[in-house]
Design a protein. Structure first.
Length: 344
């Protein structure tokens, strides 16, 4: 008796029909919960990709989805960054699917697109080929856009692989927003009380990575005030300042200098986004219309070791932007050679 037979023999009675109905949200939620209880591991229950298949058939005007005529490289979980180029025999279908997308879940045909450019095309290129990759959609909750053999792949369609690529807004990361508000708030207060030039205004929703360095310098200098504990006990404003500084030190592991603190803050924000989508060991795929696709391997340890992290990081209108080519990429020439060898 295999593990699935044992599982259903033990738990089938819990479901109204004697088995989990995958069209019933309550059954699906119970199934996920029971698997987690049974295995002791967090489970990911992905939806099937029927919507993508229907979308492709309609876009191509076919009853059966054609297969791509070539094999394409795939790095696997925790692999290296790599580049592929859609080959000529597959370009016609790729071009037809590049701008195609299904509507958002719950909306009718003709409404706002549910996915970005290139996602359906990438799904087709790998799922309908002999590349040894099974692709599932992941459009629920904090899932990445696609799963390649269970590995998260977030899809972007910027015009170039170089430069900063957006990771989305971080407003839901309340802890990081609080940290930034404290740091930039103390920075502004220190400058105002010091009577010097306040200079360019920076805030938690719009700043460059390097802007964190002078902001943290003010925080660390304020922390060095003689008898800050005594002032905090006597004056409410110093009590609030000390409490905020303690919170920053706790979250960033008490950094020794302003640059170290700034890097820790930037890494915390980047990690918060990438650890969920696509996940450490997953990939961000930047998909160009001409079939040039760069799979950036997400390695958060590599990002933490980067000396250029601050210059490769920025926040614009509450959205995080990162230069993936600088943080996670290889030399493009090396990537091309790597991809071509694996495609043979």
């Amino acid at each position: 008796m295999n593990i699935f037979d044992k599982f259903f023999k033990r738990y089938a009675w819990k479901f109204p029909k004697g088995y989990p109905d995958m069209n019933d949200p309550k059954d699906k939620a119970m199934l996920l919960s029971l698997f987690e209880e049974y295995t002791g591991e967090k489970q990911v229950l992905k939806e099937n990709s029927e919507v993508y298949d229907v979308t492709i058939k309609k876009a191509l005007g076919v009853e059966e989805i054609p297969r791509s005529k070539n094999k394409y490289a795939w790095g696997g979980k925790g692999g290296n960054s790599f580049l592929i180029q859609v080959k000529g025999e597959d370009r016609d279908i790729w071009d037809k699917l590049y701008n195609v997308a299904p509507p958002k879940k719950g909306e009718e045909e003709g409404e706002t697109k549910g996915v970005g450019n290139g996602e359906i095309a990438l799904y087709w290129l790998y799922n309908y080929s002999n590349s040894g990759v099974s692709v599932d959609e992941g459009r629920s909750g904090d899932d990445p856009d696609l799963f390649f053999n269970g590995v998260g792949v977030e899809v972007k369609a910027y015009n170039s692989h170089k430069g900063k690529i957006g990771l989305g807004r971080f407003g839901a990361d309340k802890e990081n927003l609080s940290l930034l508000s404290i740091v930039f708030g103390i920075n502004a207060l220190s400058k105002a009380l010091g009577g010097g030039d306040i200079g360019r205004t920076v805030n938690p929703t719009n700043f460059k990575g390097e802007d964190l360095v002078p902001a943290f310098k003010q925080v660390l200098e304020l922390e060095k005030i003689e008898d800050l504990d005594g002032l905090a006990a006597k004056y409410e404003i110093f009590k609030t300042i000390k409490s905020n500084i303690d919170f920053v030190n706790q979250q960033l592991d008490t950094p020794d200098d302003e640059r170290e603190a700034a890097k820790a803050m930037a890494l915390k924000m980047v990690s918060s986004k990438l650890s969920r989508k696509p996940g450490d060991g997953g990939y961000l795929a930047n998909v160009l219309k001409d079939g040039d696709v760069y799979f950036f391997a997400i390695n958060l340890k590599k990002a933490s070791d980067s000396e250029a992290l601050l210059s490769d990081f920025a926040v614009k209108q509450s959205a995080i932007y990162v230069n993936f080519d600088k943080l996670f990429g290889w030399c493009v020439i090396v990537d091309v050679i790597f991809a071509r060898i694996k495609s043979l």
